[in-house]
Design a protein around this ligand. Structure first.
Ligand code: 5GP
Ligand code: ZN
Length: 113
């Protein structure tokens, strides 16, 4: 294991060393609620393969990401939403393990937000 992986907060979540509110898990994908949500239901969908930027992740480790994001969006009932993925500190990436934000727009969710 590389030292980057050992210190990676999302790798620790994958290993169960840090708790999370888990929404979906498979062999290569994990989805959980963002600890500091921009809206109700803000989730992160991540490949279990550790890599800092999108181009570092093998295609097969990305194959479930968008299908899972679609399921989560449907579960929130959101009509409008953002899928965001930041690469590099200059692009607002804080956690150096590839993650896709799924951010429902609260103004379109009946009774939520
Ligand atoms: P970035 O700016 O890197 O694209 O976004 C990182 C996201 O990870 C932020 O929205 C932040 O709230 C979330 N985050 C950071 N640490 C943790 C954590 O320990 N648990 C969870 N669930 N989310 C985290
Ligand atoms: Zn990691």
């Amino acid at each position: 294991m590389s030292s980057k992986m050992a210190s990676c907060i999302f790798c620790k979540i994958i290993k169960g060393e840090i708790p999370c509110f888990k929404l979906f898990e498979s062999e290569k994908t994990l989805a959980f609620l963002d600890v500091n949500p921009l809206s109700r239901g803000h989730a992160l969908v991540i490949p279990k393969f550790h890599g800092e930027k999108l181009a570092d992740i093998p295609d097969e480790d990305l194959s479930e990401i968008l299908p899972v994001a679609k399921k989560l969006i449907k579960a929130t009932g959101a009509v409008e939403y953002n899928i965001l993925q930041n690469n590099g500190t200059g692009a607002h990436q804080v956690v150096p393990h590839v993650h896709f934000h799924m951010i429902p727009k609260p103004n379109q969710q009946e009774g939520l937000g």
